[in-house]
Design a protein around this ligand. Structure first.
Ligand code: UDP
Ligand code: MG
Length: 318
């Protein structure tokens, strides 16, 4: 039987968090006026998370475990969960209890009573995040909003409820490296939002190092806008104009017979132009990389096991 609600949770090396998560999520889920399934997507964990999940599986009938063959990343893990979710509504949330499960009934009630397809969880209070994370997040959402032109919610992460129609639309997208928090608003389904307080991680450490944050930002920008390509052109033009001005100055100065410290101007020109070229190449590389990923058409994740159907064997694979 299809459950009314699927709760999708990406899990990467969360052995300490999982029992806490189960303890807090289960009463909330059992108290819902809806049938549900909880899909934990084990994103190739290398700690005891799979063992803990198997143990939880035995005592929690609504729990499902989908295991990916290798670490595919937060967004890909959520995508895998969305692809296996069966519910009429789907909620996605983090495993570390930063997204309090107690908000789920409110999200479901909003979706039903307002008849909207998406209910965003919006972080009303980020005081538990580090000042750096807060400042970078603020800049991040502003820039993406500006570039993408989508009505992306500021401070909405990946805690949200989506209707079946929304999830089907996401599953049908061929886009690689998609950043769901910007893809979902771009789909344009009617939406509402519920404020919540983002808590501290319940246990363990963040799986989002600075490099992963930068990758997410680049995917967000290149996924929605070619403005950086145009900016590269402008930068190239400005750099070129500056180099020409420098050249004109050097010619005039040498014609006037003034001794030139030629070394300085040469170095400045070479360095300046080189810097601009490198920057432009980098921007081009971003887009070429995306096209490359598309052309390869390689799935961003591989399911190894689904507790609902058992191991995925060669015969199941297309
Ligand atoms: N996560 C994942 N794969 C990864 C990294 C993270 O599935 O490669 C999961 C992680 O287990 C957690 C969620 O994504 O449930 C958010 O990660 P985290 O809490 O480390 O990010 P932060 O809250 O620090 O931004
Ligand atoms: Mg977290």
């Amino acid at each position: 039987m299809r459950p009314e609600l699927s709760i999708v949770i990406p899990v990467y090396n969360e052995e300490d968090v999982l029992p806490l998560l189960a303890d807090r999520l289960r009463p909330v889920a059992d108290g819902l006026d809806a049938t549900y399934e909880v899909i934990t997507v084990d994103d190739g964990s290398t700690d005891a998370s799979p063992v803990v999940l198997q143990r939880l599986l035995r005592e929690w009938p609504q729990l499902r475990v989908v295991r990916l063959r290798a670490n595919a990343g937060h967004q890909a893990a959520i995508s895998a969960g969305l692809a296996s979710a069966r519910g009429a509504y789907v909620v996605t949330l983090d495993a570390d209890l930063q997204d309090p499960p107690e908000v789920i009934p409110e999200m479901l009630a909003r979706a039903r009573s307002q008849g909207v397809d998406v209910v965003y969880g919006v972080r009303s209070d980020r005081s538990t995040d580090s000042p750096f994370k807060r400042a970078s997040a603020r800049a991040f959402y502003r820039v993406i909003r500006l570039l993408s032109g989508t009505g992306a919610q500021v401070d909405a992460g990946d805690y949200r409820l989506m209707s079946r129609a929304t999830v089907d639309a996401i599953n049908a997208l061929p886009e690689h490296h998609r950043v769901l928090r910007f893809v979902v608003p771009a789909l344009g389904f009617p939406s509402d939002s519920v404020p919540y307080r983002r808590d501290e991680r319940a246990a363990g450490r963040s799986k989002y190092p600075l490099t992963a944050m930068i990758r997410l930002s680049l995917d967000s920008v290149t996924g929605f806008s070619t403005a950086p390509l145009r900016a590269a052109t402008w930068l190239g033009l400005l750099g070129g104009a500056a180099a020409f001005a420098l050249l004109a100055y050097a010619l005039v100065a040498s014609a006037a017979g003034q001794a030139l410290p030629g070394w300085t101007s040469t170095v400045v020109a070479v360095a300046g132009v080189g810097a601009v070229q490198l920057l432009c190449l980098g921007v081009l590389g971003e887009y070429v990389g995306r096209m490359y990923a598309h052309l390869q058409a390689r799935p961003t994740y591989f399911v190894a096991y689904d507790s609902l159907t058992g191991p995925v064997t060669a015969a199941d694979e297309p």
